[in-house]
Design a protein around this ligand. Structure first.
Ligand code: AMP
Length: 284
């Protein structure tokens, strides 16, 4: 069932809650691929009812980013959700979420601001304000849908860690279910932004997952020196990659690691054909 208004979603969820049914929420920006599909399947499996939100959230895009050209494929997305067994696809307009006229002005919106310690690093460094936009919209979706479970991919690991912290700190009564990264057979992590890449760009993009797998293989062989692990990783990159960061951080607190250990996540962001790609790997 495709719904566009908060009121309709609330009414439907209220009915379900009256019947004592559990509700799962899968927040997305649409252009759904097998990564999203795995989250929706998990929710359908675990919960009586599943809501998938499809909303390209303007307040999480920074000036100059791809808000306008972000792929929008609602008809196909809705069909896919239906096939998987989701009960509601919630696709609001920006005006429905933020009110007419006030969409991009922080002066008119109450924001949820996650701790600076979590947002001043990795993607937060170049995407200033991005996680404020994410936390704000996810909080709104939580309040609209009131799910028992919310499903997020480890593909966006920093986002997942920040949202877990928000749910903990604000006592939001739901459980976050982290879901594994879905990759192409080649290793490339699925992303809606892969659509921007040419065939050659897709080949260049493989370096990211390759170097992460290599780091993990070296770690498993006993190497825990971060300088050594990073140096091997750099050898996978060439002039077609514009590296933004390669960092070893704690999987709960995002603190920088001195040595790689089982609690380490290796994060990478790089541009290929000017498309910003992110990936990560857990070392345990
Ligand atoms: P997005 O539409 O990019 O905002 O992503 C919506 C949700 O799908 C987020 O929780 C993402 O982490 C998750 N997701 C995106 N790509 C993947 C992937 N390749 N594997 C697993 N989850 C993913």
């Amino acid at each position: 069932m495709l719904l566009h208004t908060i009121k309709e979603v609330r009414e439907q969820v209220k009915e379900w809650k009256k019947q004592g049914l559990t509700v799962g929420l899968v927040p997305t920006m649409g252009a759904l691929h097998n990564g999203h599909k795995s989250l929706i399947e998990k929710s359908v499996d675990k919960c009586d009812k599943t809501v998938v939100s499809v909303f390209v959230n303007p307040i999480q895009f920074c000036p100059g980013e791809d808000l306008d050209k972000y792929p929008r494929t609602l008809e196909e997305d809705n069909k896919l959700c239906d096939e998987i067994g989701a009960d509601i696809v919630f696709a609001p307009t920006p005006a429905e979420m933020y009110g007419e006229g006030h969409i991009l002005s922080n002066d008119f919106l109450t924001y949820v601001i996650p701790p600076y310690f979590y947002t001043d690093k990795l993607c937060g460094k170049s995407r200033v304000g991005h996680f404020d936009g994410v936390c704000t919209v996810v909080n709104k979706l939580f309040n609209i849908v009131q799910p028992d479970f919310a499903f997020f991919g480890k593909k966006d690991m920093q986002q997942l860690i920040i949202l877990k912290k928000m749910v903990h700190d604000l006592n939001i009564p739901l459980e976050i279910i982290p879901c594994p990264i879905v990759r192409e057979q080649s290793g490339l992590a699925l992303s809606s932004r892969n659509k921007y890449l040419s065939d050659k760009g897709k080949v260049d993009a493989l370096a990211l997952s390759k170097l992460l797998f290599n780091i993990k293989a070296c770690y498993n062989k006993g190497v825990n020196d971060i300088k050594a692990l990073s140096e091997t990783a750099y050898s996978f990159l060439n002039e077609n990659h514009e590296l933004e960061y390669l960092e070893f951080r704690d999987k709960d607190t995002l603190e920088e690691k001195k040595f790689a250990d089982d609690n380490t996540v290796v994060f990478i962001a790089a541009r290929v054909e000017n498309v910003r790609l992110i990936d990560n790997i857990e070392l345990n």
